[in-house]
Design a binder for this molecule. Sequence first.
Ligand SMILES: [Cu+2]
Length: 183
Amino acid sequence: MWEGRTGRPWLPDVRFAEVGPGAILHAMTCPRLRLSIVCLALSACDSSEPSNEEMAPTSVCESETRDDLYMVGMEKIGQSVAVRILDAAPAPPERFDNAWTIEVLDSKTMQPRTDTSLVVEPFMPDHKHGSSIECEVTPLETAGQYELDPINLFMPGLWEVRLRFTTPDAGEDQLVFKFCVEQ
Ligand SMILES: [Cu+2]
């Protein structure tokens, strides 16, 4: 058994009866008390909530401020072309394959446009890479509406979905939707 500096067995009741500052001083000079304080601190850690890593996968999008807030009907308006997202599956966009229904409009009149060609390029601006899976653009029955599938966002983080239009009258027009996808 541990013995105090005086050589007597340690008597906690007596020591704790001391006034506050004295007890603190005692705690600082008493090895056994120091040890028990360390143990207390450790057990406090043990009983507290597990770290974020254990609780849930870390969010990569929580602190992201550059992304767009997904909404049905959201629009981007360019020089000659405007785009409206009519539907997205999944919504909001998620990691891996996404399918969107969009409407292509004239940016001045906001009437459907059918005279453009479109290339869809997903791009991760932070990593400077795209996706090797090509997105197919399929015109739907309704004039100006297209199905984009698959928009492959294979990595967690911020993606730009770049819609590159070529128009007969106004050349190229690029519209960019930015979405962050989680693990
Ligand atoms: Cu990446």
